[in-house]
Design a protein around this ligand. Structure first.
Ligand SMILES: Cc1ncc(COP(=O)(O)O)c(CN[C@H](C(=O)O)[C@H](C)O)c1O
Length: 339
């Protein structure tokens, strides 16, 4: 099977498996796992933040940000198609007791004046706005890169209103490689940032959240409260170190493959693309084929290719390091066979 469902399906490399086997470990609840500590220091340094925390998933990282930045009764502003709003089970409301306020963005970028207008005042009837969440790259916008200027403008508005900013940077390094802007630069326009080791970077487990020391200290306690106190976690942190060290630059290949896939799809009748391809995600519209996305995907699976529905007529392909150039050609042949 050619698996284009997501970059979450990446499997650890031999180097990662060996690093896991050889990892020095200790009890991370006591802060004594040297491998986890090394990963956290590497990540904080890369992002230009005071500290970082190894967490079990991107979702956990985003939830810890809300639990730490916000409190029950607050309102959190986020983009209408953000992963936090669409794919995390309403966890902001469940765990943090906050009200979410969505703003429709353009290719994932919220208009700064819309954000400014959404920030609540001190009227007794209103919730307090305590957090603004950004997402870069933006998944449902087709892996779109949110412009740095947009992040900068929103961050300035947030600071003028004493509101925190969190970046869901699950695919931050895809943005870094595609734009040539450093992770440190992107992270300078957000108070906290989450990025995934387990997606395009290829680690088997985990994400990082990073921010000020005092934020990370409070987030670590929230992680413990959620049963996320890790013990000899160096075994799963070691592949994360390999991912950060070896797998960032190669994301270019995934982007190249996504562009080749998109180009090929444009030459197939009754198909269209829903977004320009900037990184590793391709959103294809199949409505003109007379099939729904789910029907199309069943036929595609019969042809040996996996992808996921991202709307009634939207099929999402995500390239990753398990997908080679010849797989892209085979995937195009499979799609052609259906329409
Ligand atoms: C922008 C963003 N932020 C956070 C997460 C959550 O990461 P995990 O909790 O899966 O590690 C994801 C995962 N995205 C997954 C995928 O794209 O296949 C699914 C949709 O959950 C994400 O795309």
């Amino acid at each position: 099977m050619i698996d284009l469902r997501s970059d979450t399906v990446t499997k650890p490399t031999e180097v990662m498996r060996r690093a896991a086997y050889e990892a020095e470990v200790g009890d991370d609840v006591y802060g004594e796992d040297p491998t986890v500590n090394k990963l956290e220091e590497m990540a904080a340094d890369l992002l230009g933040k005071e500290a970082a925390l190894f967490v079990t998933s991107g979702t956990q990282g985003n939830q810890l940000a809300a639990l730490t930045h916000a409190r029950p009764g607050n309102e959190v502003i986020l983009e209408a198609n953000s992963h936090i709003f669409q794919y995390e089970g309403g966890a902001f409301s469940v765990f943090s007791g906050v009200q979410t306020r969505t703003i429709q963005g353009n290719r994932g970028a919220m208009n700064p004046s819309d954000v400014a207008a959404a920030i609540r005042g001190d009227d007794v009837h209103e919730p307090e706005t305590s957090l603004i969440c950004l997402e870069n790259t933006h998944n449902k916008a087709g892996g779109a890169i949110v412009p740095l200027e947009n992040m900068q403008a929103i961050y300035q508005i947030a600071k003028e209103n004493q509101v925190a900013v969190h970046l869901d940077g699950a695919r931050l390094f895809n943005a870094v490689i595609a734009s040539g802007i450093s992770a440190k630069e992107y992270a300078s326009y957000t108070d906290t940032v989450q990025f995934c080791l387990s997606k395009g970077l290829g680690a088997p487990v985990g994400s990082i959240i990073a921010g000020e020391e005092r934020f990370i200290k409070r987030a670590r306690k929230w992680r413990k409260r959620l049963g996320g106190g890790l013990r000899q976690a160096g075994i799963i942190a070691a592949p994360g170190i390999v991912a950060l060290r070896d797998n960032v630059e190669r994301l270019t290949e995934d982007h190249q493959h996504a562009s080749e896939l998109a180009e090929g799809l444009l030459n197939i009748r009754n198909l269209s693309l829903e977004a320009i391809v900037e990184t590793n995600i391709v959103l294809m519209n199949v409505k003109e084929t007379g099939l729904t996305a789910k029907e199309f995907l069943l036929k595609l699976k019969d042809q040996g290719v996996l992808a996921v529905p991202f709307g009634p007529y939207t099929v999402r392909f995500v390239t990753n390091y398990g997908v080679k150039k010849e797989d892209i050609i085979k995937a195009l042949v499979a799609v052609q066979a259906i329409v």
